[in-house]
Design a protein around this ligand. Structure first.
Ligand SMILES: C[S@@+](CC[C@H](N)C(=O)[O-])C[C@H]1O[C@@H](n2cnc3c(N)ncnc32)[C@H](O)[C@@H]1O
Length: 324
C-alpha cells in the first residue's frame, strides 16, 4: 500500500467505524413520521423509500441523481440509457417525491449536458422551472475528438409562486477591476480593505467560483461525484431558512446533509450504498464540530482562491476531536 501524504485530508471510514456508523442509519419498511426521518440518513433505494416518507415535510429538495452515463457508485452501478428511457426513469421518482414537498418548497436538480434536457422536460411538466445554473467544473479529462466537459447544470424550480430567495445571503465577493469613486472621493459600490478593493455582487446563474473537492481539501472523500460544499451552501442559503428541512434522495457522500448541518438546517438523505451512507454519517458528525465551508467566510462567498485571510483561519483551526 502506498503511504498517504500528510497533506491528504480525504475523509475515509474504516470497517470498524462502519460497524458503529451503520447503527445510525435508518432502514425503512413502513410509513414514517417527520420525527422518524429528521436529521437521518436512510439506507435504501430511493425509488422505494420515497413512498414511505411523510407528506408535505420538506422545505427544499436537492437532487444529484446518477447522470445519464455509465458510472460505478460503490457496489452499484448506473448504465447509460437512451435519452427517453432516462427521462422515464427520472419521471418515475420525481412525480412521487412532489407530495413530500411543502407548497412553498424550492427544488434543485443537477445534471450534465446529456441529462439536462430530459431533466428539464420532466421538471417543466410538474413544477415552475425558474432558472438553469451552469457551474464551471474545472476538473475533468480532456477528449481527443470532442470538447472537454467542464461545466454542469443545476435546474432551479419551485412548487408554487410562493418561495423564499435570500439574495443577500449569497452575494459574491469579487476584486474590483474598475474602482470608480464619487466626486467626494468615496468608493462607488465597493470597499477599500487592508487586503485590496472588493465589491459584493449579485449572484448570477453562471458559477465560476467553485473547486471540485480534491485530496488536500478537508471536505474530500473517495466518492466519485462528490459536489463542492460551497455549491450546496449557496443553494441552501438562498432557498431555505434556518430550521428548514432539506431532502436529498441521492445523498452520495452526504454533502447536502453536512452543509445543512453546518448552516443550521435539518436534513433527510437517502443513499443506496452502505459505505457512502456511513461516510455521510461521519461527515455529519464532523460538521457538528467544524462548521467552516471552504470559500464561504465571514458570511460571504469569495471568488475562487481569493480570500486572503482564509489560510490564516485554517491554521488557527482547533484540532478535530477523535470521532466515535
Ligand atoms: C451523483 S451521486 C450524489 C453525490 C452527492 N451529491 C455528493 O456530494 O456526494 C448519486 C448517488 O446516488 C446513489 N444512488 C444511485 N441510485 C440510487 C437509488 N436508487 N437510491 C438511493 N441512492 C442511489 C449512488 O450510490 C450515488 O452515491
Amino acid at each position: 500500500m502506498t503511504k498517504r501524504s500528510s497533506r491528504n485530508k480525504t475523509i475515509t471510514v474504516t470497517e470498524s467505524e462502519i460497524r458503529l456508523l451503520e447503527k445510525r442509519l435508518l432502514s425503512v419498511h413502513s410509513c414514517l413520521d417527520e420525527t422518524d426521518v429528521i436529521d437521518k440518513t436512510i439506507l435504501g433505494d430511493a425509488l422505494e423509500v420515497i413512498d414511505y416518507l411523510p407528506r408535505c415535510f420538506a422545505d427544499m429538495l436537492f437532487v444529484d441523481p446518477p447522470y445519464n452515463m455509465s458510472k460505478v457508485f460503490g457496489k452499484a452501478s448506473f448504465k447509460r440509457m437512451a435519452s427517453g428511457d432516462y427521462e422515464s426513469w427520472v419521471r418515475s421518482w420525481f412525480s412521487r417525491i412532489l407530495s413530500k414537498l411543502k407548497p412553498n418548497a424550492s427544488i434543485y436538480v443537477c445534471g450534465d449536458w446529456r441529462s439536462s434536457s430530459p431533466l428539464f422536460r420532466v421538471l417543466s411538466d410538474y413544477v415552475n422551472v425558474r432558472n438553469r445554473i451552469t457551474w464551471e467544473r474545472e476538473k475533468g479529462r480532456g477528449a481527443k475528438a470532442n470538447w472537454k466537459n467542464a461545466s454542469e447544470d443545476i435546474w432551479f424550480a419551485t412548487v408554487s409562486d410562493e418561495y423564499c430567495f435570500n439574495v443577500e445571503a449569497v452575494k459574491l465577493k469579487k476584486k474590483v477591476i474598475a474602482p470608480y469613486r464619487h466626486d467626494n472621493g468615496k468608493p462607488k459600490d465597493w470597499s477599500e480593505e487592508t487586503n485590496g478593493n472588493f465589491r459584493l455582487t449579485h449572484p448570477s446563474n453562471l458559477w465560476t467560483d467553485l473547486t471540485v473537492p480534491f485530496w488536500s481539501m478537508s471536505e474530500n472523500t473517495g466518492h466519485p461525484t462528490q459536489k463542492p460544499e460551497k455549491l450546496v451552501a449557496k443553494i441552501i442559503l438562498a432557498s431555505s431558512r434556518p430550521g428548514d428541512i432539506i431532502l436529498d434522495p441521492f445523498l452520495g457522500s452526504g454533502t447536502t446533509s453536512t452543509v445543512a448541518k453546518k448552516l443550521g438546517r435539518h436534513f433527510v438523505g437517502i443513499e443506496i450504498d452502505r459505505h457512502y451512507a456511513c461516510l455521510a454519517e461521519k461527515r455529519i458528525e464532523i460538521a457538528a464540530l467544524d462548521k467552516r465551508i471552504q470559500g464561504y467566510d465571514d458570511g460571504v462567498f469569495w471568488e475562487r482562491n481569493l480570500n486572503p485571510d482564509a489560510s490564516k483561519k485554517i491554521e488557527k483551526k482547533p484540532q478535530r476531536r477523535q470521532l466515535l
